[in-house]
Design a protein. Sequence first.
Length: 546
Amino acid sequence: MSRLTQSAVWQSLTLLAQNIQGQHMRDWFKADPQRAERYTISGCGITLDYSKNLLNDEIKAALIELASQAKLKEKRSAMFRGETINTTEKRAVLHTALRNFSGKPVEVAGQNVMPDVMAGLDKIKSFVDSIYSGAHKGFTGQSITDVVSIGIGGSFLGPKIMSEALKPYWQKGLKVHFVANVDACHIQDVLAELDIERTLIIMSSKSFSTQETLQNTLTARAWFLQQGGSEKDIAKHFVAVSSNIAAATNFGIDEDNIFPMWDWVGGRYSMWSAIGLPLALTIGFDNFKAMLLGAFEMDKHFQTAPLENNMPVIMALIGLWYRNFFQAQSYVLLPYYHYLRGFPAYVQQLDMESNGKRIARDEEVDYDTGPIVWGSEGTNGQHSFHQLLHQGNTLIPADFMLPLRVPNQNRKHHAMLASNCFAQSQALMQGKTFDEAFAELQGKGLSAQEHECLARHKVMPGNKPSNTLLFEELNPHTLGALVALYEHKVFVQGVIWGVNSFDQWGVELGKILGNQILDKLEMPDSNLDFDASTNSLVQRFRDSTQ
Ligand code: F6P
């Protein structure tokens, strides 16, 4: 058994989970009229109601003790201080420095990184200004009206999903298109609509070695040259964001057109850096900065609020409670706001790439780590997968999200959206008893047998946990705080599980094998020496493309 599962606090949490078997949240709410108030935290434009959880004060105290024993406070300080907490890659983890407006230095190996961070931000501002003012011109003297942002994973999801979320803040005169997949259908469709003279390509790749991004950029470059651009015009139409300046210049990007990012920013934590350039172009620099400020406010909350009233800490502990003591394999994100519909996919990378790990403190774990993250916008899911949330036997905790005010507010629509959101968490919590279902069916002309049978089908056990996150409105500031909230939640869980939340070795093997297979596809006469299944798949592909 690991040190973690052997610990007294882990053992007592196991007992506490057993003790509440058979108890129902419905009764807890009846017995304690203050429950919602006691289990609500507000800050940074966000209100978190976590009262509809299988939680009481004793459990909460034990979970906080678990965090304390994992030295959460010390590890949190180590991250913000720039210590090398990403041990397998020997890197600091400092996405928080990218939104550090405290005026205080942040040092990596004795070097204050803040002057570079602020210079990077100035470069973003100047570039955004030059596009909107028309000072930046294409090779025929036209101003830029379209931007194609090429990147994948963390170099794509943040800018794309946050742009979508902030649609009401889009600036006029510029349209940003995102391309990630190496499937040519995507880039070809996007480029087909664009006017070369007015298009700017942003290539975003921290490593500058990601196959999909390199290939899509080569395709965009070939398109540029075919459409009448020349090699010397490329500088006016291609910029890159990367920490690998040498590879970017080798690729042919002018050094002045490279926006730096740093070794100490992980891909999935990088939207605050120049990786966010497409987002800054979409919403304007002031809104981009407001988003950074929102994240900075959440950073302060995370660092200073007592653990029992600390949003990321509480959300992390609740998630861990279900993952480790109720074997919940997943949790679902349910944004009741159309513009936030991509958020589950963002958190999916953030959480699963960070905590989907099997080694903790250099040993194999004997407990579950990162959960599966999924979800989509409400109310759509209510007419599909919510059936399983309500009556399936699998425990799937949910995070509901709703802005209280929305742009172009249509009272009727918004009231319907909100009522559905609140009704879902209510239904999950309270459920429907057999007696309630039976009573509902009285007088419906059913035989006694049908009556009883149908009532059984209509029973909803309830006691299904959820958090509800309300936003005053989903503006750039609140969105920044929201993303930082989930980043810190993931960090806290990683600390308790003892995993390195900042490497991603698990994605490497597929990349290596993919390149080996690509060689075989491109050399149709070469010998196939993979396993029989892979050989046969490769051969079928070769046969069909000859
Ligand atoms: O393959 C995984 C990954 O490395 C992610 O962690 C990262 O966000 C993405 O690929 C893109 O990487 P890069 O920015 O280096 O192209």
